[in-house]
Design a protein around this ligand. Structure first.
Ligand code: KG4
Ligand code: ZN
Length: 335
């Protein structure tokens, strides 16, 4: 079954073709990240406008690179929640129009379920149940994936998402947007033990909190500025990266231990972080669990993951008609 996926929930306009939920046929992205960098973060209206300009060409390219005509596509899957609502609606309405005019089924896909499905494209043998950390610019969840369309949230951030914390610290350090890769690059030349940053206390065994960590960085930078001193950007980037990935890994591994998980996964933009990947590799080995990492190229937003999850949503009978609306927020465990 060939599914055309459409994704536009943030600043990337994406279309892709995936066969039977597992085989990536094409994967196309147009991003407005460079333009968003001028403003230090994503400006929702700019994202929506760029989606409108790019969506038709990106979808055409995904079909062309797949060597398929629209006739040979069996269904259209689109992100309908959660995300910047003006951005979501561009891709969703494009997908609705395409599905209606080509008389194809329309499959609504939850963005975070899509991030998890990126793992199916990387690891053909991976099947639920497994435990997954989903860490993106808007969410940080520890989720039990009990089946392809069945999820139980064990823990979440009580304030900032992990990616958001990377982005804010990058801005404080003058490193630009998106912050995750920029902090990582700077951290490569720094000492992770140079600044002793706090692990914020939080209620709930598997919950995380990053607001205090971000503020700690801000306070050190501001104090140094007031005294006319400078801080080492590489050392601060490395210390922050060390602390935040340590917190994420510790919570995920604790949840894995308590639930006797044999398969541990990570997904979302932050899953591209090298320090997180390495820390988890060691931790999973100690637990005797197998760690599955998504291919770096599939960690950030893309439509292949939406088409992959779309396949399993279709199998479970989750189809939509033209009354389908987009939602800015929706839990991953919706039914
Ligand atoms: O999943 P994603 O592409 O979009 C959302 O759904 O939000 O995640 C984007 C987030 C951004 O906050 C970005 O800074 C972060 O993922 N990110 C990283 C890395 N690459 C992207 N964070 C840490 N390390 C990275 N290498
Ligand atoms: Zn995302």
């Amino acid at each position: 079954m060939n599914i055309l996926g459409i994704e536009s929930s943030c600043d990337d306009t994406c279309a892709a073709v995936v066969r039977d939920g597992r085989e990536l046929i094409s994967n196309c992205i147009a991003t407005s990240a460079a333009e968003q960098n001028l403003y230090g973060g994503v400006v929702p209206e700019i994202a929506s406008r760029r989606h409108i300009e790019h969506i038709s060409q990106v979808a055409e390219r995904a079909l062309r690179e797949a060597g398929l005509t629209l006739d040979e596509i069996d269904a259209v899957a689109a992100t309908f929640a959660p995300g910047l609502i003006g951005a979501v609606l561009v891709g969703l309405n494009f997908a609705k129009g395409l599905a209606f005019s080509a008389e194809k089924p329309l499959i609504p896909v939850h963005h975070l379920r899509g991030h998890i499905a990126a793992l199916y494209l990387t690891h053909p043998e991976l099947k639920p149940p497994f435990l997954c950390l989903v860490a993106s610019g808007g969410h940080s969840h520890i989720v039990e994936v009990t089946d392809y369309t069945s999820f139980k949230v064990l823990g979440r951030t009580v304030d900032d998402a992990a990616g958001e914390a990377f982005d804010k610290v990058a801005r404080t350090l003058g490193l630009g947007y998106p912050g995750g890769p920029a902090v990582s690059r700077a951290a490569a030349a720094g000492n992770p033990r140079a600044y002793n940053l706090p692990t914020p206390h939080v209620e709930g065994a598997y919950n995380v909190s990053f607001s205090g960590l971000k503020t700690a960085v801000l306070n050190i930078v501001n104090k140094a500025n007031m005294k006319g001193e400078s801080i080492s950007v590489p050392d601060m980037a490395a210390s922050f990266e060390f602390r935040i990935t340590d917190i994420l890994a510790e919570k995920l591994l604790l949840a894995a231990k308590d639930t006797h998980a044999k398969q541990i996964c990570i997904a979302g933009g932050v899953a591209a972080n090298r320090s997180l990947r390495e820390t988890l590799q060691k931790g999973a080995q100690k637990l005797g669990a197998k760690l599955y990492l998504p291919d770096i190229s599939l960690c950030g937003d893309n439509a292949a993951m939406i088409a992959a999850q779309g396949y399993y949503e279709y199998q479970s009978g989750s189809l939509a008609d033209l009354s389908l609306n987009g939602l800015a927020t929706l839990g991953i465990d919706y039914r």
